[in-house]
Design a protein around this ligand. Structure first.
Ligand code: G3H
Ligand code: ZN
Length: 283
């Protein structure tokens, strides 16, 4: 069933688990995500980015995801991932998204607050929750010196002021996480996460979770992360499986035959994540 993300994340916060937020671009990825969530009886968010909107067409991708969400036997929210501007937020709302992220984290503090507040006003009027971000994700490489690394991450006091001034529903934090695969083993800053948790009461979100070892994800969930974003590992499973299949079956030109094992591989990735996030059996 189609729901907003607010009820999902508040239940996760109350019961110490995290809801998986999985990115889609097309029918096959959407099927894989929903099949995994149904197999594991888990609530989920399906995320659509501005890039996915551009690739598939807003109406097409929303119709696919909304149909899947409505028919699903578990709760599903349709989430705008990294909303780049007010216009994209409006397009998403009109298309029927039930959860919005406005990512103005690259702007200075006051501008980030102003951008987010504008979106919060519009979304809350429609009963749609909003995620915002502070700090810088990605580019936090091993060679970066500690003071620079610190400067890029979310500052706990600033997080508190941001949540207070922004009036949004969920806060995405930068604690050593990065998008895409990591170079070397990522090290989440759990002291920083604990400090943020002690100063911010709304649910916290972890982006860039592909490639973070299971034990760190478990600790992040235990430390108050309520939504975890996965994109890269799904893409990787899809493309590697297609590559392997076409190498082994060079004469197979039926796309349904080529894509079926890729859907299974993506489903397996999502099922595993759901287990680690402790959201299995919560639907
Ligand atoms: O917003 C999307 C996620 O943060 C994706 O992160 O590249 O680690 O899968 P990922
Ligand atoms: Zn992200």
């Amino acid at each position: 069933m189609l729901v907003t993300s607010k009820e999902l994340l508040l239940d996760a916060q109350k019961n110490d688990y995290a809801v998986g937020a999985f990115n889609t671009n097309n029918l096959e990825i959407t099927h894989a995500i929903v099949r995994a969530a149904e197999a594991k009886r888990a609530p989920i968010l399906i995320q659509i980015s501005a890039g996915a909107m551009k690739y598939a067409g807003v109406e097409f991708i929303t119709m696919i995801v909304a149909k899947a969400a409505r028919e699903a036997t578990i709760p599903v929210a349709i989430h705008l991932d990294h909303g780049p501007d007010f216009k994209t937020v409006m397009v998403a709302l009109r298309a029927g998204f039930t959860s919005i992220m406005r990512d103005a984290s690259s702007l200075p503090f006051d501008e980030n607050v102003a951008e987010v507040r504008k979106v919060v006003e519009a979304c809350h009027a429609l009963g749609i929750p909003v995620e915002a971000e502070i700090g810088t994700l990605g580019g936090v490489e091993e060679h970066v010196v500690v003071s620079e690394r610190d400067a890029l991450m979310s500052d706990p006091d600033e997080c508190a002021r941001f949540a207070e001034a922004g009036g949004f529903d969920f806060l995405a934090v930068a604690i050593g996480n990065a998008h895409g695969f990591y170079k070397g083993e990522p090290k989440l800053d759990f002291d920083r996460l604990a400090a943020i948790r002690s100063k911010v009461s709304i649910p916290l979100v972890l982006h860039g979770a592909s490639g973070i070892p299971d034990h760190q994800i478990t600790r992040a969930v235990e430390s108050g992360i309520c939504k975890i974003n996965i994109d890269t590992e799904i893409r990787d499973a899809m493309i590697r499986t297609i590559q392997k299949f076409t190498q082994e079956n060079p004469n197979q030109i039926d796309p349904r035959k080529v894509l079926a094992p890729a859907i299974d591989a993506m489903q397996a990735v999502v099922e595993r994540k759901i287990e680690i996030f402790r959201s299995a059996g919560r639907a």
